[in-house]
Write a protein that binds this ligand. Structure first.
Ligand SMILES: [Zn+2]
Length: 415
């Protein structure tokens, strides 16, 4: 079967003809000249309607999906139209958009791989440039955002994430209900203003139907949720509380390790960081031994660790009432402990008691590991982000990885 027959079968554009395929030895490229079918009218790029031809421009090269390690380009002499509404304009061609050098099929192809590999790896694998991979992802994301259906939203989770070496924050809003888990929105900063833009985007009606909101204890988020989603059950998620408690234990451990070293004691806290932060079930054998060893000492770290472990029980409760009693008792104990970072956690938990107990009121309706999973995925995307030079590119990458955006329809998917 000839190359052209294949193309005609899977990538046929009405009004255009593939003239043939030739191999160019110098550039190791397969060149495929394309011409308009006789009598077909060009389409105006301004209004997307057909219009009488005006003149011709120079020949353009459109990169197509590579074949057997050879570059494939479509060669086409662009026409200009004399449109009644738009004046003299360049024509629109179905395989390309605007001034892009890549065909839509090739951009979809690259964007598809850029979700599995890093952008640099994608560029290397297909002997193209990082910039062209970036353009491809931008095209797909832009198309996806324009064509996605928000529909009704029952549950959202909001989270902040640090970027640019921890000095700047993004606000990420996810949809977190069964059957639909996706990144809905990205905002700069983590302020009241930025989070409110999300509600501006979805509109009052959709916001009014949200039943569950899951967030951490960041004040601006709490404020916006109170105002914009007053009908929803607001849940302070388990993941966020566990994170806070781990931070407190880590603080105590680091401070105590420094003090012990300064006062010339045995370095018993050395290499214990993960022993006290990880769940007991996830420890390696070595870590389990270290932990057992550590627990023999009367250290602040040990006391903080035991309080944290004790709190695990909290999540086992079924009834909000009993969970509430446990929470109160745990906080009372911590407040007597003289472990300042843990006391800070207890004070926060007391302040948000009702929101935390919502976790038990809502637990049947939704699973709480979702936000944590999405958050990790977002971090991985950023870590692979070597070369994300601007905020805009980072935003594009996150939507691409987590947005579950629709993709342009194509007759044939190249892979
Ligand atoms: Zn026009």
């Amino acid at each position: 079967m000839r190359l052209i027959s294949l193309l005609n079968q899977y990538q046929h554009f009405p009004g255009f003809v593939y003239e043939g395929a030739r191999y160019c030895t110098a550039s190791q490229t397969i060149e495929i000249p394309v011409r308009p079918r006789h009598g077909s009218k060009p389409v105006c790029s301004g209004c997307h309607k057909s219009a009488p031809g005006y003149d011709h421009l120079g020949q353009r090269r459109f990169e197509f999906v590579p074949l057997w390690g050879f570059m494939v380009v479509l060669l086409y002499t662009m026409r200009r139209v004399n449109c009644r509404d738009c004046g003299v304009r360049v024509e629109e061609v179905p395989w390309g958009i605007g001034k892009h050098q890549l065909t839509k099929a090739y951009m979809l192809f690259l964007a598809h791989w850029a979700r599995k590999l890093s952008w640099q790896e994608t560029a290397t694998a297909f002997r193209t440039s990082w910039d062209k991979v970036c353009q491809s992802v931008e095209y797909v994301v832009k198309w996806g955002l324009e064509h996605r259906q928000l529909g009704s939203i029952a549950a959202i989770g909001v989270d902040e994430i640090a970027y640019a070496k921890g000095h700047k924050y993004l606000t990420l809003v996810y949809q977190i209900e069964q059957g639909c888990v996706r990144l809905l929105w990205i905002g700069r900063e983590r302020t009241v203003e930025s989070f409110e833009q999300f509600f501006a985007m979805i509109g009052k009606e959709v916001a009014g139907q949200i039943e569950f909101v899951c967030s951490d204890m960041w004040q601006p988020y709490l404020k916006v949720i109170r105002e914009r989603c007053s009908q929803a059950i607001h849940i302070l998620d388990r993941f966020h509380i566990v994170t806070k408690m781990n931070d407190a234990v880590d603080d105590i451990r680091a401070g105590e390790a420094r003090r012990l070293a300064r006062d010339g004691y045995q370095p018993v806290l050395k290499k214990t960081r993960w022993c006290v932060l990880k769940r007991r079930a996830n420890l390696t054998d070595g870590q389990r031994f270290r932990l057992r060893d550590l627990l023999r000492y009367n250290l602040q770290t040990v006391r903080a660790y035991l309080l944290k472990e004790d709190f695990q029980q909290f999540w086992e409760y079924e009834s909000p009432t009993w969970a509430g009693k446990f929470l109160d008792e745990w906080c009372r104990q911590v407040m007597r402990s003289r472990l300042e970072p843990m006391k800070k956690v207890a004070r926060t938990l007391r302040r948000h008691r009702e929101l935390i107990l919502n976790y038990f009121r809502a637990r049947k309706a939704f699973s709480s590991g979702i936000v944590e999973g999405l958050n990790n995925k977002a971090k991985v995307t950023m870590r692979k982000s070597y070369g994300f030079r601007t905020y805009h590119v980072l935003e594009t990458a996150l939507y691409h990885a987590l947005g579950k955006l629709p993709e342009p329809n194509v007759a044939h998917r190249f892979f």
